[in-house]
Write a protein that binds this ligand. Structure first.
Ligand code: THU
Length: 145
């Protein structure tokens, strides 16, 4: 069951996001973010933000992680996402995925018909909510079918 898998992998997922944050390339904002995706077979794939000298082209951690997953052949099966970040990697407040990343995560989730649990990891708390709460009435692949 999805809940059991998330419970079993929760600590590993958060640790993976934290480790991924260490690979952030964020010389312009100085804000380092890591994201970790948990799939229904127990696999965890990660990403970190990758900024650009043309600032607006910067890629968020969640988007990088989803791109890596797609490139690894993943099409759905997404059960949870952990996100963590802070200035120079100093984590304080829990951060939630930006609007664009919510849409990118939705694409990967929709391919497998799942509603992944999003874990927003702070220094003293983990705020959890399903993607459908962060992005209600999402536009997705079904709209183009
Ligand atoms: N960032 C992410 O990686 N994920 C988010 O959900 C929010 C913001 C990055 C983008 C930019 O590199 C830095 O954080 C500051 O906005």
């Amino acid at each position: 069951m999805k809940e059991d898998l998330i419970a079993a992998k929760r600590d590993a997922l958060i640790a993976a996001a934290r480790q991924a944050m260490g690979t952030a390339y964020a010389p312009y904002s100085g804000f380092h973010v890591g994201a970790a995706l948990l799939f229904d077979d127990g696999a965890i794939l990660t990403g970190a933000n990758f900024e650009n000298a043309s600032y607006g082209l910067s890629l968020c951690a969640e988007t990088v992680a989803c791109s890596i997953a797609a490139h690894a052949g993943r099409r759905g099966g997404l059960v949870a996402v952990a996100v963590i970040g802070g200035p120079a990697g100093a984590v304080e407040a829990a951060i939630s995925p930006c609007g664009r990343c919510r849409q990118v995560v939705n694409e990967l989730a929709a391919l497998g018909g799942t509603d992944p649990l999003i874990l927003c990891v702070g220094a003293h708390e983990v705020v959890e909510m399903p993607l459908s709460v962060l992005l209600p009435n999402a536009f997705g692949p079904a709209n183009l079918a």
